[in-house]
Design a protein around this ligand. Sequence first.
Ligand SMILES: [Zn+2]
Length: 258
Amino acid sequence: MTGINSNYGYMYRQRSQEEAEIGYLLATLASAAVLKALPSFSNPFEKQMKKEWANNALYKDAFIKSISNSGLDKVGVKLMHVPSGITDPKLLDVARGLNAFYTPDAKQVFLNADKATIAGFHELGHAMNHLKSKTGKFLQSFRRPGYAIAGLMGTVALFSRSKPKDAKRNVFDFVQDNCGKIAFAAMLPTVIEESMASYKGIKLAKQAGLSDALVKNLRKFYGKALLSYGGYALLIGFSTFIASKITEIFTRPKKIEY
Ligand SMILES: [Zn+2]
């Protein structure tokens, strides 16, 4: 289809179905390739986690103290020990001593207390954010919608551009033009809340008398955990941006001057 505007001396050529299809394919491949880098942000975390299993008894002692020192036990926070061998898919990584999490609904910290208590201080930090900090709780409320919005931007990036570059923009065009930035921004509250949780967790560990050497380990470990969140936010933003640019190149009506 060709639209001719004789007044201005140019015309727009709408893109063909084939161009749109090639654009879709390349955009999808490019964003998948970018996301391939994701494990490189979380591998250092997992590596140190395994090393720290050997120090678990020391971390565990300080962790148990921290539950009462923080006053979190008085507001109903409980440890849920997930032993090795549990096969529930939702708890598999926790049972293997590779992860831990806090559930605000039940106020429970899930971790394998025989292996991975090092992760527990950070989870207590999440509980502090949830139960003792307005800012923390506010930031936590963005977690689910943040992931949802970031995912949605990945889809928006792949929608064809029907308008020429210099056409008047509406709200949807704005979202489409900025989908990479929006995806990144949607993840930021979560990254900030994660960093707050680690900060509070390290403070609790110190108060509970964890040795300086292990506090140093803890700091490094939480730094790597944050890197995996920050890395996710960056990559999701970047992969959305790349997908959006490629889609634009292949689907935006082309201006032909004459
Ligand atoms: Zn966390």
